[in-house]
Ligand binder design. Structure first.
Ligand SMILES: *Cc1c(COP(=O)(O)O)cnc(C)c1O
Length: 723
C-alpha cells in the first residue's frame, strides 16, 4: 500500500468512526446486499437470535426495537463492533467499485441501463412481494446483475399484503391469511421530486386516472422502483389495487399490469432514466412497450410504425409459460375500457391495438394476449430452458406463418440461481478451503468448481450431515408448532440417519405432488423398511382459487393421520424463501416430478445442487439438459405419451423403481469408514458439472451477450466473456 493510500485509508477510517454503530447498522439494513452475505446475516442474528427469528429475519424491524444507546450496549456485550465496522466498509467498497467483468463487457450499456420489469421480486423472505419461481428468478437476476456490474434498474409493484400466509386446518385444507406488511419495516423510501413533493405517476383509463406513488429499494448496486396505488387520490377500489399479488379477477389483473408496464415507463422518464434496453420478465409487463412507443413518437417525431420498430429493437422478452392457458388474455371490452386513451395517443384505431395482442389479427372475438404483445414488440425473445424453447416455438408458430417451426425466433437462456443466496455458509466455508481465493466472485466459471473433486469425502459428508441436522431441527420445530396450533399430538422425531427426500414447490397440479402416493402400500413399505427407511418432507402453497391443488395438499398433509406415515411424511406450512433455503440445503434428495414438458425450467433443484443435494427428477425443464447419468437420478426416460393417464402411470412406476433400485441402495451402501462412497461421488459430480452452469450469473452474462448488448445497439466485444 502506498503512503497516499494509507493516508486515504486513515482519513476514511476517521470519517467512518464519526458514524455511530446504530447508523451503520441502519445503512446495512437498507441495502438488501446484506441478504446474501452470511457474515452480515449472522451479525444481525447475533444481536438477538430470538428476536431475529420471530421477526422473519428482518433487520429493520429488529433495529427498531433498539435505541442507539441500547444497541451500542448490546454490540458491546456481544463483541460485535469489529464485525459491524467490517461489514459497513465492505458495503461501501462494493457500492463504489465496478467489477472487472463489467469493465470489459458493458460497452454501449454504460450510460443506458437495462430496465427490468417484473410483477414480482423474491429477494428475501422479509420483503414479501413474491409468490414463487418467477419472483425468485427476478430477485436472483437483479442480484446477479449487481454482482457483475451490469447497469440495470428494476421496476415492479409494491404489495402491502403480498402473497398469502398458509395454514392448514385439522382436515388438511389450506387457509389463506393476508397480513399487512408494516412499510416502516421495509428497506424502502418513498421517491420524491426535487421540490420535496411525492412523485405520483398517473395512469389513464377511459373512465378515470389511477395514481401510483413510488418506493425505492437498493439491492446491492441495483435500484428497484416499486409502484403502489394506496393513495387517497384513488377511488376506493383502486386503493387496494396493488395490495395483493395474484389476487382479484382479470379486471384487477389488467389494472395491475397497466400500473407496472405503463406506470413503470412513465416513472423512468420522470426520474430521467433513459433505458438502453427494456427487459420484460413474462408477458405481465408487456404494456410497457406501448408507453415506450408513445414516448418515442412524442419525443422524436416518429410515426407509429417507426416507433414500434425502434422500441422492438431494444426490447427483450422472456416467456415462462409452456401451457397456453397460463398466458394472460384480456377480453376486448376490458381492453377498450383500459387502453383506449393510450391507443388514441398512439394514433391508431382500437382494431389495430387489439391486433398487437392477437394471433389472428382479424378475429374480432379473440382476446388480447400479453405474450403475443411481448413477442410482437420485441426483437429478442427467449424461453427459459432448451426444452422450453422447443415447446415455445411450437406454441407460437402461428405468429410466424412464413417460417417453419424451428425458425420461429424464440431462443432460450436457461434459468439459474444466485449462488451466494442459496449456498449454505457451512458449505461455502468448505469450498473456501479447497477452491481458489476469491472464487465466489467467479463462481459462474467452470474452472472454479473443478476442485470439488479434491475435497475430502469425509469433510463433504460431514458438512452435509451438519446441514441435515439443522434442517431437521427447523422442520420439527415447525411441524410441532403446526400440530399444537391444531390441537393435535405434536411429538415427532426425525432421524438424521434416515435417507431424507424433499419436495417443495407450488402445488400446481401439473407438478403432480401426489404421484408418489399412487401406490400407498408400496410407499408404506419404503418408509418403514427396518434397515433402509426413507422419510419425506413436503411443502408448498396452492393458488387460492386452485381447488385441485388444495386437494393435493390435503392428501399429502393428511398422511400424518396414518400410523404408518406419522412423523415420517411431514408437510411444512407456509413455503417461502426461508423454508426453501432450509430444505434445499439439508435434504439428501430433491424430488421433482412435473408432467413433461410443463415445467419451463424450475430452479429449486439448482439450489439443491450447490449444497450437494442430489436431484431426482423428471427430464423436464433445466434437468433435461443437466442430467448426464452420473450427477443425479432421472424419473422416466424423457418421453411422454399423448394420453396423460399413461404418462402418469409410467412416471409413477419409474419413480418407485429408481427409488427402490438405485437411490436407496446407493445411499445406504457404506465403505469401511462408514461413508457412502458412491453417493459422495455423485454429490461431487453434481456440484462439479452443474453448479457453474446453473448460476444466475452465467444466466445474466448470457442475457448481456445475446440480448442486452445487441438490443442496445452494440456488438459483443469479448467473445471469451466467461473468463
Ligand atoms: C426456488 C423457489 C421456487 C421455485 O421453485 P421451482 O423449482 O420452480 O418449483 C418457488 N418458491 C420458492 C419459495 C423458492 O425458493
Amino acid at each position: 500500500m502506498s503512503f497516499q493510500e494509507v493516508k486515504k485509508n486513515e482519513e476514511e477510517l476517521s470519517l467512518d468512526s464519526q458514524i455511530s454503530l446504530y447508523d451503520k447498522c441502519w445503512e446495512l439494513a437498507h441495502n438488501l446486499w446484506w441478504s446474501w452475505h452470511p457474515d452480515v446475516i449472522n451479525t444481525f442474528r447475533d444481536l438477538d437470535p430470538q428476536l431475529w427469528r420471530s421477526l422473519d429475519h428482518n433487520p429493520i424491524a429488529m433495529l427498531r426495537q433498539f435505541t442507539p444507546e441500547s444497541l451500542e450496549q448490546r454490540v458491546y456485550e456481544r463483541v460485535l463492533t469489529c464485525r459491524i465496522n467490517y461489514a459497513y466498509r465492505r458495503l461501501k467498497q462494493y457500492l463504489s467499485e465496478r467489477p472487472a467483468w463489467a469493465e470489459k463487457n458493458i460497452g454501449v450499456l454504460g450510460s443506458k441501463p437495462v430496465a427490468y420489469f417484473s410483477l414480482e421480486f423474491g429477494i428475501h423472505e422479509s420483503v414479501p412481494i413474491y409468490s414463487g419461481g418467477l419472483g425468485i428468478l427476478a430477485g436472483d437476476h437483479i442480484k446477479s446483475a449487481s454482482g457483475l456490474g451490469v447497469p440495470l434498474v428494476a421496476v415492479g409493484l409494491f404489495y402491502d399484503q403480498g402473497y398469502f400466509k398458509q395454514q392448514l386446518d385439522v382436515d388438511g385444507w389450506q387457509q389463506e391469511q393476508y397480513l399487512k406488511t408494516d412499510i416502516e419495516n421495509l428497506p424502502m423510501t418513498q421517491v420524491k421530486r426535487e421540490d420535496g413533493s411525492s412523485l405520483i405517476v398517473p395512469i389513464e383509463t377511459e373512465k378515470e386516472t389511477i395514481y401510483a406513488r413510488v418506493w425505492h429499494m437498493m439491492v446491492g448496486r441495483v435500484n428497484v422502483y416499486l409502484l403502489d396505488c394506496d393513495l387517497p387520490e384513488n377511488k376506493k377500489e383502486d386503493r387496494t389495487l396493488t395490495s395483493r399479488l395474484y389476487g382479484g379477477d382479470s379486471r384487477t389483473r389488467i389494472r395491475q399490469e397497466m400500473v407496472v408496464g405503463i406506470g413503470g415507463v412513465k416513472l423512468l422518464k420522470e426520474l430521467d432514466i433513459r433505458p438502453g434496453v427494456y427487459h420484460l420478465n413474462e408477458g405481465h409487463c408487456a404494456f410497457a412497450t406501448l408507453q415506450a412507443v408513445q414516448y418515442k413518437m412524442e419525443e422524436d417525431g416518429f410515426s407509429f410504425d417507426e416507433a414500434v420498430r425502434a422500441v422492438a429493437y431494444k426490447t427483450c422478452f422472456t416467456t415462462h409459460t409452456p401451457v397456453p392457458a397460463g398466458h394472460d388474455r384480456f377480453a376486448p371490452d376490458l381492453m377498450y375500457e383500459h387502453l383506449s386513451p393510450l391507443q388514441r395517443k398512439l394514433g391508431i384505431d382500437f382494431h389495430q391495438l387489439m391486433a398487437m395482442g392477437r394471433e389472428h389479427v382479424n378475429d374480432d372475438r379473440e382476446p388480447f394476449c400479453m405474450t403475443v404483445l411481448g413477442l410482437k414488440l420485441s426483437r429478442h425473445a427467449n424461453a427459459v430452458s432448451c426444452l422450453h424453447g422447443v415447446v415455445s416455438r411450437r406454441m407460437w408458430s402461428s405468429l410466424y406463418p412464413n417460417r417453419s417451426e424451428t425458425e420461429v425466433p424464440i431462443g432460450h437462456i436457461t434459468n439459474g440461481v444466485h449462488v451466494p443466496t442459496w449456498l449454505a455458509w457451512q458449505m461455502q466455508n468448505l469450498y473456501d478451503r479447497y477452491f481458489k481465493p476469491g472464487w465466489i466472485d467467479e463462481h459462474w466459471t467452470q474452472e472454479v468448481w473443478q476442485n470439488i473433486y479434491n475435497v475430502d469425502p469425509g469433510e463433504l459428508w460431514e458438512t452435509h450431515i451438519t446441514l441435515k441436522h439443522l434442517m431437521l431441527d427447523f422442520v420439527q420445530r415447525r411441524v410441532q408448532a403446526q400440530a399444537s396450533r391444531r390441537g393435535e399430538e405434536d411429538r415427532i422425531s426425525m432421524n438424521p440417519d434416515v435417507l431424507t427426500i424433499g419436495f417443495a414447490r407450488r402445488f400446481a397440479t401439473y407438478k403432480r405432488a401426489t404421484l408418489l402416493l399412487k401406490d400407498i402400500e408400496r410407499l408404506a413399505k419404503i418408509v418403514n423398511d427396518p434397515h433402509r427407511p426413507v422419510q419425506f418432507i413436503f411443502a408448498g402453497k396452492a393458488h387460492p382459487a386452485d381447488q385441485p391443488g388444495k386437494e393435493f395438499i390435503q392428501q399429502v398433509a393428511n398422511l400424518r393421520k396414518d400410523e404408518r406415515f406419522h412423523g415420517k411424511f411431514v408437510f411444512v406450512e407456509d413455503y417461502d424463501m426461508n423454508v426453501a433455503r432450509h430444505i434445499v440445503q439439508g435434504v439428501d434428495v430433491w424430488m421433482n416430478n412435473p408432467r413433461r414438458p410443463l415445467e419451463a425450467s424450475g430452479t429449486s433443484g439448482q439450489k439443491a445442487v450447490l449444497n450437494g443435494v442430489l436431484n431426482f427428477s423428471v427430464l423436464d425443464g433445466w434437468w433435461a439438459e443437466a442430467y448426464d447419468g452420473t450427477n443425479g437420478f432421472s424419473i422416466g426416460t424423457g418421453t411422454s405419451h399423448v394420453d396423460t393417464t399413461i404418462t402418469d402411470q409410467r412416471d409413477g412406476a419409474s419413480l418407485y423403481e429408481v427409488l427402490e433400485n438405485e437411490i436407496i441402495p446407493t445411499y445406504y451402501k457404506e465403505d469401511a469408514h462408514g461413508l457412502p462412497t458412491n453417493w459422495i461421488r455423485m454429490m461431487k459430480n453434481s456440484i462439479g458439472t452443474l453448479a457453474w452452469r446453473f448460476s444466475a450469473q452465467r444466466m445474466v452474462t448470457d442475457y448481456m451477450l445475446t440480448a442486452y448488448l445487441p438490443a442496445a445497439g452494440g456488438v459483443t466485444c469479448d467473445m471469451n466473456y466467461r473468463q
